[in-house]
Ligand binder design. Structure first.
Ligand code: NAP
Length: 247
């Protein structure tokens, strides 16, 4: 994939899927700005790997749910990198609980990060992408935003909301040659699931047709493709990467 000269901003690049997306975009030629909130050491380690590939890169601390901070950050990245071509809204969290026990705090936290965080970044890059008549946006959602998941009303609602957001922004920015897509992973082995039991992971693996769980690079390869000119006629899509877990 030829992403030479492109500038990408990846949210939540400090861990898991966001780290692998950042590395793969860089391997394909892009300069990469990545964000973190708590894992600064990990974010800096990703930046070092990207520097070793000869790309321009920098880590930025931001809470994706803070509208004002995100607008400021995007402006700073554009100033420092000179332009922006790619936004990957990947940062996310879960805080599970069945509906009869879910607190307002749990609901708000997940909606604010997983849904509002995606809005905050798209809102910040949209004027630039519209003006330059180009841009690629990829939102990392989840198969649980498509099918629902026991114990995840907040997370499933946020991820479903991000799908509606993706399709609407695809329509609004289409005439400015901006592609907007969503990737919906099934269960991928990252820190997000480090506390789950082996039994739970085995059950999730058995839901796939391959009897295995996905890896972060399974998501990253699709994201790099969606950001390339090879995917120029794909927009408003939600592409599952789940080993058939959904079917
Ligand atoms: N893993 C899966 O099975 C799976 C399946 C479907 C969808 N997804 C989605 O894929 C994305 C990445 O998941 P992952 O498994 O790689 O998760 P992860 O390992 O827990 O990493 C989450 C990333 O999001 C960042 N983040 C969380 N809250 C933030 C906030 N308020 N402000 C800024 N950054 C924040 C974290 O930054 P810090 O740690 O630096 O704070 C971290 O970089 C998420 O949107 C997730 O919902 C994952």
């Amino acid at each position: 994939m030829d992403l030479d000269g492109k500038v990408a901003l990846v949210t939540g690049g400090s861990l898991g899927i966001g780290t692998e997306i950042s590395l793969d975009l860089a391997r394909n030629g892009a300069d990469v700005a990545l964000t973190f909130r708590r894992h600064e050491k990990e974010a800096k380690a990703v930046v070092e790997q990207i520097k070793a590939m000869g790309r321009k890169t920098q880590e930025y601390k931001v809470d994706v749910s803070d509208f004002g901070a995100v607008q400021k950050l995007v402006k700073q990245v554009i100033d420092e990198f000179g332009h922006m071509d790619i936004l990957i809204s990947n940062a996310g969290m879960n805080w599970d609980g069945v509906i009869w026990k879910m607190t307002e705090e749990q609901w708000d936290a997940v909606i604010n990060v997983d849904l509002k965080g995606t809005f905050n970044f798209i809102r910040a890059v949209a004027p630039t992408f519209r003006e330059q008549k180009s841009g690629k946006i990829v939102n990392i959602t989840s198969i649980n935003g498509l099918r629902g998941k026991f114990g995840q009303t907040n997370y499933s609602a946020a991820k479903a909301g991000a799908i509606g957001l993706t399709k609407t922004v695809a329509k609004e920015l289409g005439k400015y040659s901006v592609n907007v897509n969503a990737v919906a992973p099934g269960m991928i082995l990252t820190d997000m699931f480090k506390e789950l039991s082996e039994e739970f992971k085995q059950k999730a693996a058995e839901e796939t047709v391959f009897n295995r769980l996905g890896q972060p690079e399974d998501i990253a390869h699709l994201v790099s493709f969606l950001c390339s000119e090879k995917a120029k006629h794909i927009t408003g899509e939600v592409i599952k990467v789940d080993g058939g877990q959904y079917i």
